[in-house]
Design a binder for this molecule. Structure first.
Ligand SMILES: C[S@@+](CC[C@H](N)C(=O)[O-])C[C@H]1O[C@@H](n2cnc3c(N)ncnc32)[C@H](O)[C@@H]1O
Length: 266
């Protein structure tokens, strides 16, 4: 991907998340989802109590806050969206959490001199919207202690009981065009990037039962709905989201939502 396209993608992503912070918080208050996913990712990384963590794509701090609250971690979060950071700073007052505006490819810009001693760099639900994900992981690796971990959790899959991807079926049943790219960086590409800077790469997954209610709430966050209907404005996207997931009612009893996780050690 050339630099001009990467810059353009980042501008769109940042703008989408700037418009998402209140929806994002309402979703998290209701489902406690990003916090739970973060704890799964922390466990997959073998994160120790009181670890020093770089939280890349920290949003408004749901991941940083739960790491601090549950594992006593010190967390430096960075995020492209100034509004998500501003909102996160209003929400989190614990001095062990610091949130900064920054780009995932340049964590050094927000780290104090000599502070390259992080135990882990985590990308909770963020790696798939970072166009230069491999470059970001290389930069994150340079901020870690020897033996430090890098981990990411990925965009959801909706799978039938036979393991078939159900997103395409939902679009087809609604006569809606399938998005050309639902994620900016594919899972395999992110995994390849992780393997380039880590040894002992391990993959795992968090499977949850299909829930139309959860999916509608998740994909009604403006930035998430953009991954389904990139060409439409938010009001149009919001109206289509319930229709899309209602189309999977025949599979609802047996389908699952799968969050893939991958971790490695430098
Ligand atoms: C789905 S949110 C996850 C937020 C947080 N990790 C959590 O668990 O609540 C993804 C975040 O990644 C951020 N992001 C996307 N691309 C980024 C980049 N290149 N650099 C920094 N942050 C980025 C977005 O602005 C967004 O806030």
């Amino acid at each position: 991907m050339d630099d001009a396209i990467i810059r353009k993608i980042k501008k769109v992503v940042s703008g989408n998340f700037d418009k998402s912070f209140d929806h994002y918080q309402a979703f998290e208050d209701r489902h406690h989802f990003f916090a739970d996913l973060t704890l799964r990712l922390a466990a997959a990384c073998g994160l120790a109590q009181e670890a020093k963590v770089l939280d890349i794509g920290c949003g408004n701090g749901a991941s940083a806050a739960v790491l601090c609250r549950e594992l006593e971690c010190r967390v430096l979060g960075l995020d492209l969206s100034p509004k998500m950071i501003e909102h996160g700073r209003q929400l989190i007052k614990d001095p062990r959490v610091c949130l900064e505006v920054g780009d995932a490819v340049n964590p050094q810009a927000v780290i104090e001199e000599g502070g390259q001693d992080f135990d882990a760099a985590l990308y909770n639900a963020a790696i798939f919207i970072i166009p230069d994900a491999a470059k970001s992981m290389q930069a994150a690796a340079a901020c870690l202690k020897p033996g430090g971990s890098i981990g990411f959790s990925f965009y959801p899959q909706i799978l039938s009981e036979n393991g078939e991807e159900l997103f395409p079926l939902a679009f087809d049943r609604c006569n809606l065009p399938r998005p050309k790219v639902q994620v900016i960086t594919r899972y395999e590409k992110a995994l390849e990037g992780l393997r380039e800077c880590c040894r002992e790469v391990t993959e795992s997954a968090w499977e949850r039962p299909f829930s139309e209610d959860f999916l509608v709430d998740f994909f009604s966050i403006p930035a998430q709905s953009a991954s389904l209907f990139p060409r439409l404005d938010y009001e149009e996207r919001r109206q289509l989201v319930p229709k899309l997931f209602a189309a999977l009612q025949p599979e609802a009893e047996t389908a699952k939502i799968v969050w893939r996780l991958a971790t490695g050690k430098i």
